[in-house]
Design a binder for this molecule. Sequence first.
Ligand code: B12
Length: 210
Amino acid sequence: MENLFNNIAEAVLDGDINETQRLTEEAVEKDATAKEILNQGLLKGMNEVGVLFKQGELFVPEVLVSAKAMDTGMQVIKPLIKEGDIKKSGKCLFATVKGDLHDIGKKLVSMMLEGAGYEVIDLGVDTSPEKIVEAVKEHQPDILGMSAMLTTTMANMNDTIKALEENGLADKVKIMVGGAPVSPNYAENIGANYSSDAHSAVELANKLMV
Ligand code: B12
């Protein structure tokens, strides 16, 4: 099985969408858990992509194809994540903030929350504070989750919280934030709750719902 996970990681790194799908399906058939496939396969590959991107050995188009491959694999394991408890735990609204196009981490967090019984509404990427304010009014979620992967877009989390305050909505929704550049300190400063990954995001959401 370890070989299979490594091959999944390799397929993500190569940006081979069909192979990622085929190998992930094979792992599911062989009863691998969603966690194993994620941590030892898909995420391992994506992490490697991150390293090579940073070193300038991979470029945006290649990273995009790897992201697509990772997404294809995540769709395959989605039913596995959702097999768990299906009782409704609460409603979450998710968005990647303005100026930011990264959505893999946000999708993963959404998926885990859905698996834990939450209803998730995903506003997508590059979401302006105005759009988030409108969506909070419309959907009245229990939790708003914001994702930022760039140091330059992180400040838009704060702008969104300010916009919520101006509209009298800040105390009507619990806010959680995450993404690579976001720290617990930063979250605290802007009045939000922080979680570093998809697993602890579920724990945090459960805590916020109490
Ligand atoms: C894939 C990727 C891209 C893809 C995105 C495709 C997509 N559909 O998402 C593309 C090619 C589009 C891209 C573009 C760019 N990218 Co980019 N990208 C990455 C990369 C390699 C991987 C990110 C990823 O998906 N990781 C896997 C997921 C599962 O992890 P994650 O996102 O961290 O999410 C987890 C946690 O952070 C947390 N989390 C995330 N969101 C949330 C939200 C909440 C509420 C909670 C609780 C938790 C949480 O939980 C997640 C699951 O565990 C990273 C490198 C890295 N190491 O992160 C660079 C990286 C983020 N990119 C970077 C850069 C610079 C760019 C570009 C500016 C490059 C360019 N010159 O054009 C552009 C910017 C485009 C834009 N406006 O957004 C830098 C950012 C540096 C910085 N500090 O600002 C990084 C760190 C690479 C680097 N080291 O230089 N990128």
